[in-house]
Ligand binder design. Structure first.
Ligand SMILES: *Cc1c(COP(=O)(O)O)cnc(C)c1O
Length: 401
């Protein structure tokens, strides 16, 4: 006979969890330093934990938060995260995720035409998406080395190490793009082009797509620009790539952990990155085994907003990056690194160090980056609710102090 256990059933505590989310309590009391012998129960746990979880969080929806690639998330994704956790579907087996598997297929089918790809899957971040793509490049096409610009994301070098492939770093031009003149023989290489470098948001020349045995475009950051009629041209050429990575948890406003790895020839790629096990009804594709239904929050966001709603948010952040850059350019004491191409604005002061300015600004407003051994201030416009006037007032206060 089954023993009812209320911990596994929907409970009024869930409404309490939402009430606490609305209040975002901040006054916390210490947590036990060792594993508690006896539990305090769910309701007491909510009360104990909420001040820690909310009170000690970085608030990505703050009007001055434009520091990192981590966006605030729309509430429809919070609802889907709750539903997902309650169902705990496993994308490893269609039997344990009937709708979640269908949802993933649907989302992939909706998005692949923008990138000229034929399929793919979700994984928990672009680090894994890149590793998956480079694994396919090695085993489907036999590439012997990975070639990328010296400012490619560290996950590319990490993937090369894990795959036992040589990593070749190509210097960048003064504008931050991989310098094509310095590319050697690519006959047995996987060329990785970055669409939105981590520090400055630069897009490597996508005219280089197709010049190597395999071309992967790491569009973790800037991939979503493809959906915007205003900015889609920035990614022209991506459709000829062999594989593309895009982070959902960056400019698609998804909760972690959400990324897409897409392939031009998905059958060939999947053939190279699949394992069968006696207990699996179908082969396990990709790096992860068990994985959750990250497609459902993405599906819900795309249903709720449509393409237009998504593009509105992306375009709004692009316009704010431009406004910030214009303000910086008009300010004599500041130097703009370059006009932002993908929502990332990099600048510094001629009088104060980047460290000093950073320390005097509100926490979480900007970040810093090092370019050619020099420290710069950096803003990543992933927050559609940012207030550029308020941000600019902070910057002016600090630089005129
Ligand atoms: C963020 C980023 C990654 C890594 O993605 P995660 O989701 O953090 O694993 C890879 N490449 C680029 C260009 C990125 O911006």
């Amino acid at each position: 006979m089954s023993i009812p256990d209320s911990s596994f059933l929907p409970d009024a505590g869930l409404e309490q969890a939402i009430a606490l989310l609305r209040q975002s309590p901040v006054a916390w009391s210490a947590l036990p330093q060792a594993l508690p012998e006896n539990g305090m129960g769910e309701n007491a746990t909510l009360a104990q934990l909420a001040p820690h979880v909310f009170g000690k969080a970085a608030h990505l929806d703050d009007p001055t938060a434009i520091a990192h690639m981590d966006p605030p998330t729309p509430w429809i994704t919070w609802a889907m995260a709750l539903w997902n956790a309650s169902l705990n579907q496993n994308l490893l087996h269609a039997a344990t995720s009937p709708f979640a598997t269908e949802a993933e297929r649907l989302v992939i089918d909706w998005l692949i035409p923008f990138f000229g790809m034929s399929g793919g899957h979700l994984c928990s971040g672009s680090t894994l998406a890149n590793l998956t793509a480079l694994w396919a490049a090695r085993d489907a096409r036999g590439v012997k080395k990975i070639v990328a610009s010296e400012v490619a994301h560290l996950s590319i070098k990490k993937a090369a190490r894990l795959l036992g492939l040589e990593f070749v770093a190509i210097p960048v031009t003064p504008s931050g793009q991989l310098d094509p003149v310095q590319l050697g023989d690519l006959t047995h290489a996987c060329l990785v082009l970055t669409a939105g470098t981590t520090a400055t948001g630069v897009i490597d020349s996508l005219a280089l797509v197709g010049q190597a045995a395999w071309t992967h475009v790491d569009a973790a950051w800037a991939g979503p620009l493809r959906f915007s009629p205003t900015y889609t041209h920035l990614l022209n050429g991506i459709e000829a790539a062999d594989s593309v990575s895009i982070s959902g948890h960056k400019w698609l406003f998804q909760p972690k952990e959400s990324a897409l790895v897409l392939f031009r020839d998905v059958a060939a790629a999947n053939g190279a990155i699949s394992f069968s096990g006696g207990y699996l009804a179908s082969p396990n594709i990709g790096v992860q085994g068990s994985r959750g239904a990250a497609a459902i929050p993405l599906l819900a966001t795309l249903l709720a907003w449509g393409k237009t709603g998504l593009v509105d948010r992306i375009d709004r952040t692009m316009a704010m990056a431009q406004q910030l850059a214009n303000n910086i350019q008009a300010e004599d004491s500041l130097t703009l690194w370059a006009m932002p191409t993908t929502g990332i604005t990099v600048f510094r002061s001629q009088q104060q160090t980047a460290d000093d300015i950073f320390a005097a600004l509100p926490t979480g407003m900007l970040s810093t980056c090092v370019l050619q051994d020099e420290m710069w201030l950096r803003s990543v416009m992933a927050n559609p609710m940012a207030d550029i006037d308020a941000i600019w007032a902070h910057i002016q206060r600090v630089i005129s102090a």
